[in-house]
Design a protein around this ligand. Structure first.
Ligand SMILES: [Fe+2]
Length: 257
């Protein structure tokens, strides 16, 4: 049995000033919430902890290279690095392997540096974890293209990847959702979903991005799981127990209970 603890969308700001524009996103309480989550990890004893993006809440204007507060970009960059370092130190201290992928509110270059250019494929507790650092297109719909698409295609058919898999990405494949005029699921999501089902290899597709969360189980038992955003009270997270048979038990947790 493999036990995975999954949380997503922390939107942390600590060294960076201010908080997320949406007041429900409790950016400044996240360092404290991480400390409390570490205690739960000690109790729950997962084999691996995964975080599917938006570790930080970097403002859009800063990501675009033009901070609206007029401060130099280098100052923001130093604060972003220090905020990622909070996560890096946390992952280093939890006592079990951890995996994270960047989201659209993270600065990918700084993320890559602070996390030492992590591998996209990791074998943990009998499963192959594959990380997809996908991006939004100009229309804000997520896309899996280029090297990431090649990795995905190969994961589903190549002999070297013939292992039970868990896929990690910030964006979701299922369910298809339109919100605020944007498509939240990948371009070509329905075909991706079918290909993963047909491969017989993928057990769980773990994502974030859509803060209300979702859980869907396909006909072959493959789950598409997005826990509700960790940054919003009561700070939810999920635990999956995956049996060798492929059977999956999903449990919902909250920090404040
Ligand atoms: Fe988010």
């Amino acid at each position: 049995m493999t036990r995975i603890l999954h949380f997503t969308d922390a939107h942390l700001r600590w060294n960076q000033p201010g908080s997320a524009a949406n007041p429900l996103r409790l950016s400044r309480t996240m360092p404290d919430a991480l400390t409390r989550l570490a205690d739960r990890i000690t109790e729950i004893k997962p084999d691996v902890v995964v975080m599917t993006g938006d570790l930080l809440d970097v403002p859009d204007d800063v990501l675009a290279g033009a901070p609206a507060d007029g401060r130099p970009l280098d100052e923001w960059r130093a604060e972003i690095e220090a905020d990622f370092q909070i996560f890096r130190d946390w992952f280093d201290a939890i006592g079990v392997p951890g995996l994270a992928v960047p989201g659209n509110h993270d600065d990918v270059g700084t993320f890559r540096r602070v996390f030492d250019d992590p591998p996209m494929v990791a074998d943990i507790a009998g499963m192959r974890f594959i990380s997809f650092w996908d991006e939004l297109g100009p229309d804000r719909q997520p896309r899996r293209t280029g090297a990431r698409r090649n990795l995905y295609d190969s994961a589903l058919i190549a002999a070297e990847h013939d292992l039970p898999q868990v896929h990690l990405q910030h964006y979701m494949i299922d369910p298809p959702i339109t919100s605020r005029g944007w498509q939240y699921e990948y371009r070509g999501a329905a075909d991706m979903k079918d290909a993963m089902e047909n491969s017989g290899r993928v057990r769980a597709v773990l994502s974030g991005h859509y803060h209300p969360g979702s859980l869907a189980t396909g006909p072959g038992g493959l789950i598409h799981s997005l826990p509700p955003a960790f940054c919003e009270a009561p700070h939810p997270f999920r635990v999956y127990n995956i049996e060798e048979t492929g059977a999956i038990d999903v449990r919902n947790f909250i920090l404040s209970d």
